[in-house]
Design a protein around this ligand. Structure first.
Ligand code: LMR
Length: 393
């Protein structure tokens, strides 16, 4: 039977991890998968996480099941962190999910259960797993223009024109902040315009927010989500704590569902609980409990926010450093956008051939669309990286 299985096309981001590991050159540089690295190239456990884990280890006295929706103190903390008071709490329900990907998958399934014919509109480009999961679920996919190759900014006019072609009941998937893979983001004023389009055309916004705190700050990074939440009757949010709590392998995510009234909220809640039950039953507890401990302890929360802010500032510093180095090496302002982009990634606008040449000639690994992980940039090696990039363009 198993010989009938189909070959699987590798995920481009995950494939890169293996290719990089197999490269024996001493000077190799990994700008691939989105993992934060400090100046020494390490991805340490955050201080508040270590402290909360110690507390959890000392105090936890049972491992019995928590509940299909996971730890509700965690879900409430994530709801407040992302939505603030933009929407009445009685219209929001949520579930703990295994990572941001788990949240996305569950919400796509929820959409499918509510309307199997709905088209989910994703940005062009988007995180590749959005399309992969939608395809796997056999759902309709639409793509709206997003990235302007010439300026490496957002093609907002193109985006709006494409969204105007979406039909009532379609889903509009947006990145809450720190767009992956491009690093180019819409402004608050543009979010307000998109909210008007969603409202007028009766689209269901779904917001993937995986990098809160990596862009303009913990609070500022929620501006778009909150503008949208305050406007529309229904909305979905897929949240991840992989990056901003550094809990990658512990799989800590959440699905938040805003429904039009309290009766609809009860129905949404029963459905997301049911989807958890049939897919994996109970979400993994450890990481979510750690987040809940941090968010409900003033000192731990302040320490977490301050370490996260340091990470954000170091990425901004690297952005500026790379933009400056490229300005010197190319004698042009072609790459100035790197300093304007926000979040963990920037798409550099190199061709696939140039990306391959950087890999073969310089042992520099970035995703094939020329997405680089800003946190992976070597502060001391920005000039040589810029030289290498200048040599292939
Ligand atoms: C990325 O885009 O590199 C991260 O979100 C990791 C992943 O799962 O792809």
């Amino acid at each position: 039977m198993l010989e009938n299985l189909k070959e699987q096309a590798p995920d481009k981001i995950i494939e890169l991890i293996g290719l990089y590991a197999a490269d024996t050159r001493a000077n190799k540089l990994d700008l691939g998968v989105g993992v934060y690295k400090d100046a020494k190239g390490n991805t340490p456990v955050m201080r508040a996480v270590k402290a909360a884990e110690a507390q959890l280890l000392a105090e936890q006295d049972t491992k019995k099941y928590v509940g299909l929706l996971g730890d509700l103190s965690y879900v409430d903390a994530i709801r407040d962190l992302i939505l603030g008071d933009s929407v009445a709490a009685g219209r929001v329900c949520g579930a703990q999910e295994p990572g941001g990907t788990g949240a996305i998958r569950q919400l796509f399934e929820l959409i499918k259960a509510a309307d199997a014919g709905a088209t989910v509109w994703i940005s062009n480009p988007s995180w590749p797993n959005h399309e992969a999961i939608l395809k796997y679920l056999g759902m309709n996919i639409g793509k709206y223009r997003y990235f302007d190759e010439a300026s490496c900014g957002v093609d907002f006019a193109g985006m709006k024109a494409d969204l105007e072609g979406a039909a009532e009941g379609d889903v509009l998937l947006l990145h809450g902040c720190c767009h992956n893979p491009t690093g180019a983001n819409i402004t608050s004023a543009e979010w307000a315009e998109v909210a008007e389009i969603a409202l007028a055309q009766k689209l269901m916004p779904m917001i993937d927010i995986a990098y809160q705190g990596f862009g303009d700050g913990l609070e500022d990074d929620t501006a778009g989500v909150r503008i949208m939440a305050a406007k529309v009757p229904e909305m979905l949010v897929a949240a991840s704590c992989s990056k901003n709590f550094g809990l990658y392998r512990d799989r800590v995510g959440a699905a938040l569902i805003i429904s039009k009234d309290e009766a609809a909220t009860a129905l949404s809640k029963a459905n997301i609980a049911g989807l958890n039950r049939v897919n994996f039953s109970f979400p993994p507890d450890h990481g979510a409990k750690v987040v809940s401990i941090i968010m409900n302890d003033d000192a731990l929360r302040a320490d977490w926010a301050s370490e996260l802010e340091d990470m954000r500032l170091s990425m901004l510093d690297l952005r500026q450093g790379l933009a400056d180095a490229l300005r010197r090496e190319t004698n042009s302002d072609r790459f100035d956008f790197i300093a304007e982009h926000r979040g963990m990634f920037s798409r550099l606008g190199l061709s696939p051939e140039q990306v391959m040449q950087l890999r073969s000639d310089h042992a520099i690994y970035m995703v094939g669309d020329s997405r680089v992980n800003i946190a992976g940039l070597p502060k001391a090696g920005l000039d040589s990286l810029a030289k290498a990039i200048a040599s292939v363009i």
